[in-house]
Write a protein of this length. Structure first.
Length: 471
C-alpha cells in the first residue's frame, strides 16, 4: 500500500488542527501551542490559570506572561537546546497573571513533530505555587531556626539559586519598606541596589554562584522611599550534601554607627582647626594686651597708676575668661556666652568694690553660643560698658541697678546693657568724646559690624545688635 503524506500548515496550527479539540479544550491541565515563542492557541484551563481570554493570548509573544525580561531570556536559553537534544524539556519559572498575581509554574514542552521543528511546540502548564510555598516553608522549618530568623534584630532574606526572593524576616521588610509580594515580583538585587552599584552587584552574584561568602562591612542599599540606608552585609550559600539550594543574606542597619563616625570626624576636624588657631589667637590677644596697656599708660601719665592698671587688668581678664571657657567647653566652635556674661558680671562686681548690696545686678540672658571671633571683641565691649557704670553711675553711696540682657533674633545677637544711675554729663558727646573707654566702645562695635544705640536719661543704656555670621 502506498504511503499517504499529510501536510499541516504551521501558521494555522491550533487545538482543532490536532483532531482532538474537545479532549484538549476540556483538559484540566493548561495546554497551549506556540511557534517561535508566539502563542498559537491555548485551552480553557490555561486561560483560567492566567486570567486572559483565548483571543487575548493567541498571536501574542509568550513574553507577556513572564515576570521579567531576564527570566524570559533564561527559559529560552534552557528550553530550546534541551528540545533539540531530547525532544522534550520540563522546567520551572514564574508567570504573572492578568490581575498581577505571580505564579510558580512547571512547564513541560515538546516538539509537535521532532522531524519538523517548524511546526512549533506543544506545552503543558501546571500551577506549582502551593508546592513551592510548601518547599520554602520546609526549607525554613528543616533548618530549625525560624524563631531566630523572624525575631532577629538584623534583616535576613532567603533567596533561591536564581537569586529570587523566597522569604525575608520582619526586620528586613521594615528596613527597606517592601512587602513580600513586591519582593517576589522583582529580584531583590534590582530593588535594593542603586544604578551606580552595578559592579558591586556583579561581584557579589559571581562570588555566591561560585559558592563563596560575601562580606561587606559598610555599603548602602536603597529603600522603597529612595533613602540610601547604610548597612553591613553577610551573604552565604545554603548547602545540603554539597549541593546549593539557595542562599541567605544578613543586613545590619549601621545608620547610627555611621552618624556617630561622621560626628566624630567633624568634631576632630573642628578640634584640629581650632587647636591650630589657638597659638595664632593667643599671639593676637597678647598684642591687644600690649596695646591696651600702652594706651592706658599714656592716659595716666600724670596720675596714680593703680586705677588705670586695674582697668587694663579687667580688660585682659575679660579675654582670659574666654580662653578658659573654651578650654573647658565640649564644643570648641562656640562659646557659651550666657555663662561667660554671668562670670564677667560677678568678677567685675567684686573687682571694683561693689560686692555689697548697694548695686543690684539684673541679668536676663538667653542661652547663646558665639564663635571666638565674635566673643572676644563683644566681651571687651561689655567689660568696658559695665566698668564705666560701676565707676561713674553711682557716686558716693548711691544705690542703683545695673542690667544686662542677651537675646537673639533670626539674624542678630542682641545685647542690652545699662544702669539707672546719674547718667553721662551733658557736656560729654558720646559720639565724639576722646576718652579711652568711649573710644574702645565705639571701636569694638565697629569691629563687630554692630549697630550701637546709645540712650541717656534715667541712667545710661546701650543696645547692641551684632550680625550673626553666615553659615
Amino acid at each position: 500500500m502506498a504511503k499517504t503524506e499529510v501536510k499541516v500548515n504551521p501558521s494555522s496550527y491550533s487545538l482543532s488542527a490536532t483532531g482532538c479539540q474537545n479532549l484538549l479544550w476540556n483538559s484540566p491541565v493548561g495546554i497551549g501551542f506556540a511557534k517561535d515563542r508566539v502563542i498559537r492557541d491555548v485551552n480553557a484551563a490555561l486561560c483560567a490559570l492566567v486570567g486572559y481570554r483565548r483571543e487575548e493570548l493567541a498571536g501574542q509573544n509568550i513574553r507577556m506572561l513572564f515576570e521579567t525580561d531576564a527570566e524570559y531570556a533564561r527559559v529560552g536559553r534552557v528550553k530550546y537546546p534541551a528540545l533539540d537534544a531530547h525532544g522534550w524539556v520540563q522546567l520551572e519559572t514564574r508567570w504573572v497573571t492578568k490581575p498581577g498575581r505571580v505564579l510558580d509554574i512547571q512547564v513541560s514542552s515538546t516538539w509537535l513533530d521532532p522531524a519538523n521543528p517548524d511546526l512549533g511546540i506543544a506545552f503543558m502548564v501546571q500551577d506549582v505555587s502551593e508546592r513551592k510555598r510548601a518547599e520554602r516553608a520546609l526549607l525554613i522549618q528543616s533548618a530549625r531556626w525560624y524563631e531566630l530568623f523572624e525575631d532577629s534584630p538584623e534583616g535576613i532574606v532567603l533567596l533561591d539559586t536564581d537569586f529570587r526572593y523566597i522569604i525575608g524576616n520582619t526586620e528586613f521588610t521594615r528596613m527597606f519598606g517592601y512587602s513580600d509580594e513586591e519582593l517576589r515580583s522583582v529580584p531583590p538585587y534590582q530593588l535594593l541596589f542603586a544604578p551606580d552599584q552595578r559592579q558591586e552587584v556583579d561581584e557579589a552574584l559571581a562570588t555566591l554562584k561560585a559558592g563563596g561568602v560575601v562580606r561587606i562591612p559598610k555599603t548602602t542599599r536603597r529603600a522603597k522611599d529612595g533613602r540610601a540606608i547604610p548597612v553591613s552585609v553577610l551573604s552565604k550559600p545554603i548547602r545540603i550534601d554539597e549541593s546549593s539550594i539557595g542562599m541567605y543574606s544578613i543586613y545590619r542597619d549601621i545608620s547610627e554607627q555611621v552618624a556617630t563616625e561622621d560626628e566624630l570626624r567633624r568634631s576632630l576636624r573642628d578640634k584640629e582647626v581650632l587647636l591650630k588657631e589657638v597659638h595664632h589667637r593667643v599671639k593676637n590677644n597678647l598684642n591687644i594686651i600690649s596695646s591696651l596697656l600702652s594706651l592706658q599708660k599714656n592716659e595716666s601719665a600724670s596720675c596714680n597708676l593703680d586705677e588705670p592698671l586695674e582697668l587694663a587688668r579687667s580688660r585682659v581678664h575679660s579675654m582670659a575668661m574666654i580662653h578658659d571657657l573654651l578650654y573647658r567647653s565640649t564644643d570648641l566652635g562656640e562659646l557659651p556666652f550666657r555663662q561667660y556674661l554671668e562670670d564677667l558680671a560677678s568678677y567685675l562686681r567684686s573687682t571694683f568694690g561693689t560686692s555689697t548690696n548697694r548695686i543690684d545686678f539684673v541679668l536676663n540672658l538667653e542661652e547663646v553660643g558665639l564663635d571666638i571671633d565674635t566673643a572676644v571683641p563683644c566681651g571687651l565691649l561689655l567689660n568696658e560698658i559695665i566698668v564705666n557704670s560701676l565707676k561713674h553711675a553711682f557716686p558716693g553711696n548711691r544705690h542703683g541697678t545695673l542690667f544686662l540682657g542677651l537675646s537673639t533674633t533670626r539674624e542678630h545677637y542682641v545685647v542690652n546693657v545699662g544702669d539707672d544711675g546719674v547718667g553721662m554729663p551733658d557736656s560729654v558727646d558720646f559720639h565724639t568724646a576722646r576718652t579711652m573707654g568711649l573710644e574702645l566702645i565705639r571701636g569694638l562695635s565697629s569691629q563687630l559690624n554692630a549697630e550701637l544705640v546709645y540712650e541717656r536719661g534715667n541712667g545710661t543704656r546701650y543696645t547692641i545688635r551684632i550680625p550673626k555670621p553666615r553659615r
